[in-house]
Design a protein around this ligand. Structure first.
Ligand SMILES: [Zn+2]
Length: 210
């Protein structure tokens, strides 16, 4: 296992080093690559029934190692109750298949925490692109939620959370993932290699049950 980047929307070289996140109909697995598939809340209105059918079919593919991104977003003009219905569907899929859930959350941490308490999921939940402050990071990790940080983050949040809850990603950014490792390692007074080892242990545990 040599994944470094748990969430990107860009296809790159070294397919075994990242998890490519896409809409179900865009899933076209390359040899050695890893994928997460789901309906992003931004795409709910343009998603047809066949996209959900497709997701149900491909979600059990061995190269699909996570469900999502899916989630809740208070900054978009889609009714939160509709978003929640779609998100609950992803939660159930993630539980049925025992695959981690990659979550998009914008100003909806309370709702996510409520749902976590309601479902008590066995599959890990990962909030991706976390940019919140220390207090919120602490609240979420206290609920056993993992946080994935990208190019932009609050140093205090990174400093505060336990290293075994930490993941890193590039998302939409073109930035080299190792540069994110380098800056996060400095915050924890680690070498980049030490941080890579720690995060890869987290990835093995979460995505491969090892
Ligand atoms: Zn994303």
């Amino acid at each position: 296992m040599n994944i470094l980047d748990i969430h990107t929307h860009h296809l790159k070289e070294n397919v075994s080093q990242y998890i490519y996140s896409c809409m179900p109909s865009a899933f076209s697995p390359r040899e050695g690559g890893y994928y997460s598939v789901g309906i992003h809340p931004w795409n709910i209105n343009s998603t047809t029934e066949s996209e959900y059918e497709c997701l149900k079919k491909i979600a059990s593919h061995p190269q699909v190692i996570a469900i999502g991104e899916a989630g809740l977003d208070k900054m978009i003009p889609i009714d939160l109750s509709i978003q929640e219905e779609v998100f609950r569907w992803h939660i159930e899929l993630s539980e049925t298949l025992g695959k981690p859930l990659i979550i998009h959350s914008v100003r909806t941490s309370n709702e996510i925490i409520q749902l976590k308490k309601e479902f008590c999921p066995k599959s890990p939940w990962i909030i991706h692109g976390f940019r919140g402050k220390k207090e919120l990071a602490d609240q979420l990790t206290a609920q056993n939620i993992y946080l994935s940080f990208g190019e932009k983050y609050q140093e205090s949040a990174i400093k505060s959370i336990p290293l075994n809850r930490l993941l890193l990603e590039t998302d939409e950014s073109e930035k080299e993932i190792l540069l994110i490792y380098k800056s996060v390692a400095q915050i924890h007074s680690l070498t980049t290699e030490q941080l890579v080892t720690q995060v890869q242990q987290n990835i093995s545990r979460l995505f491969f049950n090892r």
